[in-house]
Design a protein around this ligand. Structure first.
Ligand code: NAG
Ligand code: NAG
Ligand code: NAG
Length: 493
């Protein structure tokens, strides 16, 4: 990433030193002149003068053309605006630096290498619960990276925002606030435009809406007909987001309205906190312990989501954990977890726990860990969900030592999770959300359109920039609900 930064700088500088090499070219125009004909001396002198005049004119014209080209290129570059979004995720903090142009009142987004760069530092903000001050160092480093990408003269016209997600949502609100206070201090002295409310913990459904925005921007459907848009299911580390346009009537608490250009979208959006891949795996272990506490009193807890032969560290005085990889058992165990609380469903029907999800409709992209796991198993684009079952069966049922040999470059804790995640993905998408195993309307993806990363932070940038640049008529200006802002004010007062 640092490298791509350096490259674009170089290019910028070479533009400035490019112009010359013009003066030498008009020379050959002389050669075609009829200078060999024997003519009276005065006539010859006259034609020589005319030739000189002509070539000077041609040279001037060429110089002017080149100058204009160089200048317009430089202007285009100079007219780039910049915006920075810092994503405070559960596993790390990532800064995104965006350059964009405004053409006839509308922002033009381009996520190519020259106009977009990002850098991630681990651990995430939420790891600093015991030491909020510690956050300043990593945020300062991310700000430095951003400053390296933004020309000095436009720094104070460029905005910087920090949005934290599920990892921070899991902390107590007083601790969240302490961490945010430190980040605000760093960001206010960064030289970028910054307002206190621009560092916040965003809600899960904001995150889902942003992810939906970037996907539909990438696919060219943002601003188009609502029912032709593409929905999003994201499997993060701590939470899962489901966001799509539904034609069902959606209870208010799951309903988000989004205005983009002249179109208004009614979205279902919900973030299932604690159902992200890492949180769910931890929760499963906990519940295995609890259930064993009753059965054998003291003894052995078996984990069907870990391949046989894996040796756990000792987890408690009483119990020891035994790996007993079995995909089908793991799938039922995760499904039981997803169904917990369903008996209390207050809606027509519930998908996960006691949460309402309308019937999925239209096309969908499954992102983040849905994508990573599918990639890991090398699944094809078609039938990937049914291929996930066979791949998961093979992986969960394999001996740990054989897996270690097959994947020598993986760290244990990373390799370990693919048994759980394959089973979890099937129990979530198929068993809970009702996606048919051969449904071709849902694909896994990490990028879409012209290689645009399906990262919610890009969607946040698109929406923020669109609201601040579009010529809207009053009522559609507000893109996201104001309730969040009101809540934020309560939190700090
Ligand atoms: C939005 O405006 C564009 C032209 O700017 C038009 O082509 C399109 O049909 C409009 N869409 C709706 C839903 O009104
Ligand atoms: C253990 O047994 C007690 C009493 O039978 C019951 O209330 C509790 O829910 C059980 N715990 C688990 C985790 O099954
Ligand atoms: C996995 O568990 C199921 C029961 O849930 C059992 O029928 C099956 O034989 C087990 N598979 C293996 C490979 O042990």
């Amino acid at each position: 990433m640092q490298r791509s930064n350096a490259r674009s700088r170089l290019k910028f500088e070479s533009d400035m030193t490019d112009p010359p090499s013009v003066e030498t070219s008009p020379g050959h125009h002389h050669r075609s002149s009829p200078s060999t004909l024997a003519k009276p001396k005065s006539k010859r002198t006259k034609s020589i003068i005319m030739l000189i005049v002509a070539s000077v004119v041609i040279a001037l014209v060429l110089m002017f053309v080149c100058y204009s080209i160089v200048r317009s290129r430089r202007n285009r570059r100079a007219s780039l605006r910049y915006s920075v979004v810092i994503d405070g995720g559960s596993s790390g903090t990532r800064v995104h630096v965006f350059g964009y142009r405004v053409e006839s009142g509308k922002p033009v987004f381009d996520f190519g290498e020259e106009n977009y760069a990002s850098l991630k530092l681990s651990p995430g903000l939420s790891a600093y619960g015991d030491n909020p001050e510690g956050v300043s160092e990593s945020v300062a480093e991310l700000v430095e990276f951003a400053k390296g990408r933004v020309p000095k003269r436009v720094l104070k016209e460029s905005d910087i925002r920090l949005m934290a997600t599920a990892g921070m949502r899991l902390l107590e609100s007083s601790v969240q606030e302490q961490i945010l206070r430190v980040t605000r201090r760093v960001l206010s002295s960064s030289g970028f435009i910054f307002k206190e409310e621009w560092a916040s913990v965003i809600s899960g459904s904001d995150e889902g809406v942003y992810a939906w925005v970037v996907a539909n921007h990438a696919l060219g459907s943002l601003g188009g007909e609502p029912l032709k848009t593409t929905g999003i299911v994201e499997l993060g580390g701590a939470s899962v987001q489901v966001t799509f346009v539904s034609s069902e009537i959606v209870p208010l608490e799951f309903s988000r309205k989004l205005a983009y250009q002249n179109v208004s979208y009614n979205l279902y959006s919900h973030s299932f906190l604690h159902f992200g891949q890492d949180s769910a795996q931890e929760k499963l272990l906990e519940s295995l312990h609890k259930s064993s506490a009753n059965s054998t009193g003291q003894g052995i807890v078996t984990d069907p989501c870990v391949p046989r032969g894996y040796i756990f560290g000792k987890i408690s005085q009483k119990d020891s954990l035994q790996a007993a990889g079995n995909f089908s058992k793991c799938r039922s165990a995760t499904l039981a977890m997803l169904q917990q609380g369903k008996e209390k469903c207050p809606y027509k029907h519930c998908s996960i726990g006691s949460i309402f999800t309308p019937k999925l409709q239209g096309r969908f992209l499954a992102t983040e860990n849905f994508f990573h796991t599918s990639k890991f198993f090398g699944l094809g684009e078609k039938n990937w969900l049914s291929e996930m079952i066979s791949a998961g069966k093979r992986f969960c049922g394999e001996e740990w030592s054989k897996l270690k040999m097959k994947y020598p470059t993986f760290k244990d804790e990373n390799l370990l999770r693919y048994c759980f995640s394959s089973a979890y993905i099937v129990s979530m998408l198929h068993d809970s959300l009702g996606v048919a195993l051969h449904d071709e309307r849902i694909g896994f993806a990490g990028k879409a359109g012209q290689d645009i990363p399906l990262d919610w932070a890009l969607g946040a940038f698109i929406l923020n920039t669109a609201t601040s640049t579009f010529d809207y008529n009053g009522k559609s200006r507000k893109i996201l609900d104001s309730s969040k802002l009101a809540k934020y004010r309560n939190d700090i007062s």
